[in-house]
Design a protein. Structure first.
Length: 154
């Protein structure tokens, strides 16, 4: 009985037609230019991440306009009304233009994270810098995924 159940489940699951999408096969484009505005540190990280994936010999040429905005808000305070935690929200508005047919795609990506306030100001600043770097890399990954999806859907 146990073997029978195993064989039936194997046949049912292997014939479902599901195929894992390999995103590296979908990333077939050449980024010709990236225009950025907003937060320069975040733009620098995202721009380098995008250019690393770009394939110089591909005919699918793209122009990207990137606008970023960073907001820092107070997340928690203690009983003495001292700030103990900040939250950073990074928002990127992306406009992608395919050069060969002037087709445009727009989308927005938002990432949030929080960091603790330390006893020393330098430690607090390092916490903020590390969080911004992490959020910027996550934004870049999300932009690459969304770009691949938008370009391959059309």
């Amino acid at each position: 009985m146990r073997k029978f159940f195993f064989i039936i489940s194997f046949i049912a699951l292997s014939a479902c037609g599901f195929k894992v999408v390999n995103l590296s096969e979908l990333e077939n484009y050449n980024i010709v230019e990236i225009n950025t505005s907003g937060e320069s540190k975040i733009n620098y990280i995202i721009k380098n991440h995008l250019l690393k994936v770009s394939k110089k010999d591909d005919n699918n040429k793209l122009s990207i306009k990137l606008t970023t905005k960073k907001d820092r808000i107070i997340k928690e305070k203690n009983i003495k009304n001292e700030i103990t935690k900040y939250e950073i929200s990074v928002k990127a508005n992306v406009n992608i233009k395919r050069i060969k047919d002037n087709e445009e795609f727009n989308f927005t990506v938002v990432k949030k994270g929080s960091y603790d306030v330390a006893k020393q100001n330098s430690t607090t600043r390092n916490n903020e810098k590390q969080l911004i770097a992490l959020l910027s890399n996550e934004l870049a990954d999300e932009i690459l995924t969304e770009t691949s999806i938008k370009l391959n859907d059309s």
